[in-house]
Design a protein around this ligand. Structure first.
Ligand code: ADP
Length: 347
């Protein structure tokens, strides 16, 4: 992988407030990465620092080995070869789609503009809409035009700040998947900032989960879900509950669901109390299982039903059953734990 963008231990401040701290990351050419975290964790500030709108007070930002930012120096945004896509689309209302897309292009003929707009409208799935005005487009279509505009000057890097937040939930996920396909088809490198893990999962090859200005885990969507590095990531990503347990040997844990064989060897002292992350997909419905749990809540999700189940000890777990396994509240169902996926934290 050729590294395109590198953040070396950057820090950004607003007065005394440290908005981004010790943030390092490498983005390879053609990578689609996301910064994901709750509101106020510093995602936008990090993106704005990359774009050249915020200075760094320590560390450095490099693109292709060239320093863009370091303390006391900030290459202006227009010299960074980056395209931005914002939450509010930021299209010019008085320009048609074609002119919006070509707005940032300089020194080209009208004919060349038309060709570029037509090609990019094809890429973003809006062929034929050159003459429309922004108010004649849906939110999703406007955001596709904004993406086409960002792609037009062939930037080294595309930066997207909560680009799907103004769309309804279904559209958000669909467009994230489409945008991923579009960016991959163009060989683009992009950074998406979002608080929505579904968007991040749909779009990103790699995701940095942020809290209080720092990246807590930089990983693939699969690993963030199945191998969260700490309690914050485990809580923030996906659904699940924590059950208390006790370490019997380096990889066996006594829990209220029985003794489980962990997939890792833990170097905590024997007898240490631990917390076990149990995801809905770790609890498997099995009528023949000895362990019974009572249905106390159910949420229909289409292909699946999310059950909240009470164990004999009183603890609750979540479990996804196929939708045709339709049990009533109060019913006792057989469950077993799919131990391969269970992750423990020291409590
Ligand atoms: P996020 O994008 O994750 O929501 P931000 O990067 O916008 O987070 O903000 C990080 C922190 O910096 C927050 O505490 C926020 O209140 C603060 N902040 C953001 N912008 C400014 C600003 N222009 N002036 C002062 N504080 C700011």
């Amino acid at each position: 992988m050729t590294t395109l963008l590198e953040l070396k231990n950057i820090e950004c401040r607003y007065g005394d407030l440290v908005a981004v701290r010790n943030l390092s990351m490498q983005v390879g050419e053609g990578d689609l990465v996301c910064l994901l975290g709750p509101s106020g964790c510093g995602k936008s500030t990090a993106l704005r620092a990359i774009a050249g709108f915020e200075p760094v007070v320590s560390g450095a930002i490099e693109l292709g080995g060239v320093t863009l930012s370091r303390p006391g120096f900030m290459l202006p945004p227009e010299k960074r070869h980056m395209g931005m896509v914002f939450q509010d689309y930021a299209l010019f209302p008085h320009l048609n789609v074609s002119d919006n897309i070509c707005f940032g292009l300089r020194g080209l003929t009208k004919k060349a503009h038309k060709e570029i707009a037509t090609r990019l409208l094809g890429v973003v799935g809006l062929a034929g809409l050159e003459e429309r005005y922004p108010h004649e487009l849906s939110g999703g279509q406007q955001q596709r035009v904004a993406l086409a505009r960002a792609l037009a000057p062939k930037p080294a890097l595309i930066l997207m700040d909560e680009p799907f937040s103004n769309l309804d939930v279904d559209m958000r996920e669909r467009l994230s998947i489409e945008v991923r396909t579009i960016l991959k088809s163009q060989g683009s490198t992009a950074i998406l900032v979002t608080h929505d893990q579904h968007e991040a999962f749909a779009l990103g090859d790699r995701i940095g989960v942020m809290s209080e200005g720092a990246i807590l885990q930089w990983d693939t969507p699969y690993n963030l879900y199945h191998e969260p590095a700490n309690r914050f990531v485990a809580d923030f990503i996906g659904q699940g509950v924590f059950l208390r347990g006790r370490l019997l040997s380096e990889n066996t844990i006594l829990t209220e669901l029985g003794v489980i064989q962990g997939k890792h060897a833990y170097d905590w002292p024997r007898g240490a109390t631990v917390e076990l992350l149990v995801r809905p997909d770790d609890i498997i419905h099995d009528d023949a299982a000895e362990m019974r749990a009572e249905v106390i809540h159910k949420a229909f999700k289409g292909a699946e039903i999310m059950y909240t189940l009470r164990l004999p000890t009183g603890s609750q777990v979540l479990s996804l059953f196929p939708s045709h396994h339709n049990h009533t509240l109060g019913e006792k169902v057989g469950i077993k734990l799919d131990v391969d996926h269970v992750v423990a934290f020291r409590s």
